[in-house]
Unconditional design. Structure first.
Length: 288
């Protein structure tokens, strides 16, 4: 806890002694943890200790050029990080929605959130992925681990999270710029340790994650709920608003109304960058 709370989750630990120390402690916790046996009768109960709000405290990518927690939005050499600051990243594991079919094999829903800002916090962007998580069978775990060359294989707590298209929201309330953009994705997530404070995760490609539990009423951790509940705009309307913002911002600057004009231009440009990625920031084809 001391190490990850004093380490920015976006810091490159590749050449840092901290990386080795964190990796060693993760290995110790993995060895201490007794993974429960999952069967058809107890699958949902086995996953209940994992449920909660979690902040992404530290990521250790298997490949240094990857950004497994935030995709293109948090990749250090990417376009987004040149104009945006990362406020926080979360990966919550929560009870299933009320409208989930009773026949579903899912045991929980996974919600990934990347919260970003620009212009000294005046512009806010939240990128959210939500999907239902279903346990992998013994055969699936063996197959995935073999295909992805997963170090140490996958445990009985491994799930496949089938995410909806990314939801991208501009502004603190998302009243005007709230849209879905990019593909639906399927990602394998494993848990190798969990207690009342920490959850240690592993991707099928071997990336490691340290998640710290948040208080259930933590405001920042719960911002996604109201934003995701809003109906998203269509991609066509988002592009129209992008063009209008460029024209409106340029006109304001031209007529001497510089601050509002620059803010409008910046927002339009950020929206354009988002649309231009066409994937919503998802690292298509990259391992996790």
């Amino acid at each position: 806890m001391e190490l990850v709370n004093s380490t920015d989750s976006s810091i490159d630990l590749e050449s840092s002694d901290t990386k080795e120390e964190i990796s060693g402690l993760i290995q110790e916790l993995d060895e201490l943890f007794q993974t429960p046996e999952v069967n058809a009768g107890n699958s949902k109960e086995i996953f209940e200790p994992l449920l909660g709000n979690y902040r992404v405290a530290c990521t250790l990518p298997r490949n240094k050029n990857e950004s497994p927690a935030g995709g293109k939005w948090t990749r250090k050499n990417g376009l987004a990080q040149k104009v945006l600051n990362t406020r926080a990243q979360f990966q919550h594991l929560l009870p299933l929605r009320n409208n989930t079919p009773s026949t579903s094999a899912a045991v929980c829903q996974a919600v990934n959130v990347v919260s970003l800002s620009a212009l000294f916090g005046l512009v806010r962007i939240n990128v959210m992925l939500r999907g239902d998580a279903t346990p992998l069978s013994d055969e699936e775990r063996i197959k995935v681990a073999k295909e992805r060359d997963t170090p140490g294989g996958l445990s009985a707590l491994a799930v496949r999270a089938n995410f909806d298209a990314p939801r991208i929201v501009f502004g603190q309330k998302g009243r005007f710029l709230n849209f879905s953009l990019g593909p639906k994705t399927s990602v394998v997530l494993d848990t190798t340790y969990v207690d009342e404070k920490l959850r240690i995760g592993k991707g099928s490609a071997g990336s490691r994650f340290v998640f710290v539990r948040c208080h259930p009423e933590n405001d920042m951790a719960n911002e996604w709920k109201d934003l995701l509940a809003r109906k998203p705009l269509s991609k066509t309307r988002a592009c129209t608003m992008f063009a209008s913002g460029l024209v409106g911002g340029a006109l304001l600057v031209r007529h001497g109304v510089k601050v509002p004009g620059i803010m409008l231009l910046a927002t339009a440009i950020l929206l354009g960058i988002t649309a231009a990625t066409s994937t919503g920031g998802i690292e298509v084809g990259r391992g996790r």
